[in-house]
Design a protein around this ligand. Structure first.
Ligand code: NAD
Ligand code: TYD
Length: 341
């Protein structure tokens, strides 16, 4: 990577994107970032107020499906880091179409433009959910770079399609690309519709915590700043591997245990736990074997899960004006998603 590269970050007003923009400008003050984001319900410019006047940062409100706009922007770009997506499984069950438009067609528009403009590197942010579900019975099974794709929700199917397109553009048009398939991120600036911030903010408001099914489902959890570091290492590595899986844990922690950990750390009561009807097609278990990125790039998580959770709880306590309006704006979704469960 050149010292004064220009990065196009898509979806930089979302959870991971905003963390990445902060991370990158802190660590590479000589580079430029263009943030292209259409500001859906998940895009939030207040996550970026502190850097809005940084001369190396430009925000463009626009859609990644807009070919003309994307081509115009790509002209000045060296590296694309592609976060923009519809990202919530529950929303993909209620309204799959927008997931295909953004995650598949939007990625396609970016790829076409990247090839046309001879972009130096296209880095695609993907998910471990493309691999489907692991069994709760076989606790030794884990996702790795070699796991076959087997997506089971409209969200993961659309992300799997986008991964295939990125690889196809690499093979067919010689696009230089890399992909990271990471596990569930948590940390600062995450929309309160996702499990960890939903639990923290509901506890702060003395609202019930909806637990899908029996709460025994398992995710691998990755602190968002550790994810940003992993992307940085992949972008700057001379390693020829195109795909890395990234995770944060070494052991299984079921959802219900995570909720109890948060309740404990916040000194609240377990009486607020409410078991509700399960999610349709709910993937039972995700677990990531991240030994490859550890061995090849020397990446490891910088915080334990407890430390990451405590940082996250503190952040939500100190930034109520950030998340309260988002909960209010998403009232219709919350009603639709949780009604009758
Ligand atoms: P997010 O939903 O918080 O943010 C998505 C951002 O993309 C928002 O700012 C939104 O406005 C923008 N966006 C959506 N559609 C757009 C479009 N058509 N054009 C331009 N901008 C658009 O998502 P996130 O949690 O930050 O996830 C970022 C990426 O990481 C996604 O690709 C997601 O699939 C992937 N991922 C997320 C997680 C996680 O735990 N959050 C885990 C694995 C992978
Ligand atoms: P989520 O944060 O939506 O991420 P993903 O579905 O992409 O893994 O959910 C994490 C886990 O928490 C998942 O197993 C579903 C479960 N969950 C609940 O039990 N209750 C909830 O209200 C939500 C949002 C999620």
């Amino acid at each position: 990577m050149k010292k004064n590269s220009t990065l196009l970050v898509t979806g930089g007003a979302g959870f991971i994107g905003a963390n990445f923009v902060h991370y990158w400008l802190n660590n590479y003050p000589d580079t430029k970032i263009i943030n292209l984001d259409s500001l859906t319900y998940a895009g939030n410019l207040t996550s970026l107020t502190d850097i809005s006047s940084n001369p190396n940062y430009t925000f463009i409100e626009g859609n990644i499906t807009n070919k003309e706009l994307v081509n115009k922007i790509m002209d000045d770009v060296d590296i694309v880091v592609h976060f923009a997506a519809e990202s919530h499984v529950d929303r993909s069950i209620l309204n799959p179409e927008i997931f295909l438009e953004t995650n598949v067609m939007g990625t396609h528009v970016l790829l076409e433009s990247a090839v046309r403009n001879k972009i130096e590197r296209f880095h695609h942010i993907s998910t471990d959910e493309v691999f489907g579900t692991l069994s709760l019975e076989d606790l030794n099974s884990k996702f790795s770079e070699n796991t076959p794709y087997d997506p089971r929700s409209p969200y993961s199917a659309s992300k799997a399609a986008s991964d295939h397109l990125v690889r196809a553009y690499g093979e067919t048009y010689n696009l230089k690309y890399s992909i990271t398939n990471c596990s569930n991120n948590y940390g600062e600036f995450q929309h309160p519709e996702k499990l960890i911030p939903l639990t923290i903010t509901n506890l702060m408001e003395d609202l019930e915590i909806p637990v899908y099914g029996d709460g025994m489902q398992v995710r691998d959890w990755l602190y968002v700043q550790d994810h940003c570091k992993a992307i940085d290492m992949v972008l700057n590595s001379e390693n020829t591997d195109k795909t890395f899986v990234v995770g944060g844990l070494n052991e299984d922690i079921p959802n219900i245990e995570i909720i109890k950990m948060i309740i404990n750390l916040m000194g609240k009561s377990e009486n607020l736990i409410k078991f509700v009807k399960d999610r349709a097609g709910h993937d039972k278990r995700y677990s990531v074997d991240w030994s490859n990125i550890k061995e090849k790039l020397n990446w490891t998580p910088s915080v334990t899960f407890e430390e990451g959770l405590q940082k996250t709880i503190d952040w939500y306590k100190n930034n109520q004006s950030w998340w309260k309006p988002l909960k209010n704006d998403s009232k219709d979704f919350f009603l639709k998603n949780y009604q009758g469960r």
